[in-house]
Design a protein around this ligand. Sequence first.
Ligand code: RFL
Ligand code: PHB
Length: 385
Amino acid sequence: MRTQVAIIGAGPAGLLLSHLLAAGGVESVVVETRTREYVESRIRAGILEHSTVELLRSVGLGDRLTREGDQHRGVYLQWPGERHHVDFQDLVGRSVWVYGQTEVQKDLGRARDAAGQQVIYDVRDTAVHDPADPYVTFTVDGAPHRLDADVVVGCDGSFGPTRESVPGTTWQRTYDYSWLGVLATVPPSTDELIYAWHPDGFALNSMRSPTVTRLYLQVPSGTDIAEWPDDRIWDALSRRLGHGQDGWKLARGPITDKSVLPMRSLVQAPMRRDRVFLAGDAAHIVPPTGAKGLNLAVADVALLAPALVSLLREKDPRLADEYSDRALRRVWRCTHFSWWMTTMLHATDDPFDHQLQLSQLRWVASSEAGARGLAENYAGLPIGF
Ligand code: RFL
Ligand code: PHB
């Protein structure tokens, strides 16, 4: 097989890249290890930044998002006894949308179907060869295949193989804690997300729809999910989210999904070697506290797609040559913001840390300058920042 751009990974980065390339007249083939059903039901991100929503709308992917998504003006920041709303709309004139990654994935899948895009699911043994004149090999049902391309893009997520074929510098931070995430069939108890600091550990009250709530608890890394029966989860959520505080109640319901998610920060630079590029989680990972991972993946491919169109159609390499440096500016901004949100909100064993965290939270919640910094980063900087 031969194509202009071989894309490894059919997550949001890979499918959106194929969509944007097609709009620019460049053809691609996507290969993916998982099945389509798996990719479309994987429960992950829930928050889309302002510029992500604008981009999706501008390329014909915004209809269902506008109909079924939920626009939020801001978030609540909370610690024992206090809850404060940070209004992004008032502070920076931008909002965010609650729209699950599962839904983004389905919209992208349908749009690619309508365009006749070739996505090969359920492949094994993916490997990238010869970065200067690249090709990808993989197997389907045991049969070997080779895909030659002008350019290969690794959109293969945090554990994909492409990162290793792009040598560079890797910066990493691991955290001592993980998130226990649950999905529950119960209407959200809050109109907008609650980020709660608590001496027992962080908790987050998010949502997916008027009938489905998404909740997270800070737990020590290495926690076995078996230690957390549903009642223990609800009791911890109630305590940390302030059930009973000023009459607020956390509604309980059947838990339909639960898992423990380790957290880390990672950046690899450069995001390119010759004709092999990296985008999304393949190049960088952020802890989920800032809700940045999916949005960063979108921002990467929004830069990469026009760069590849110029490179392949006009033989103009300038944007492709700038891609890594430009993408990394935003990556580091979001890496810092995600680290900052994470370290401000997750309890440690150190009482000195607790006081610093509470002081920082009070400042962010009560000073316009503090709140504006959070708002600008959370609602997201413009694509190309
Ligand atoms: P993905 O979505 O991981 O897709 C990569 C795809 O590559 C495939 N793959 C391969 N394909 C072929 N050959 C191989 N050898 C392959 N190896 C892997 C994988 O099967 C997969 O389909 O990466 P992408 O496209 O870069 O998108 C990144 C986002 O998925 C990720 O950053 C977000 O989910 C992170 N994230 C959040 N981001 C936000 O913006 N807002 C949020 O609120 C948010 N919450 C979250 C999150 C991630 C979470 N988890 C589980 C890590 C909450 C959670 C719990
Ligand atoms: C989610 O709804 O899954 C979610 C929301 C905000 C975050 C992380 C995850 O910061």
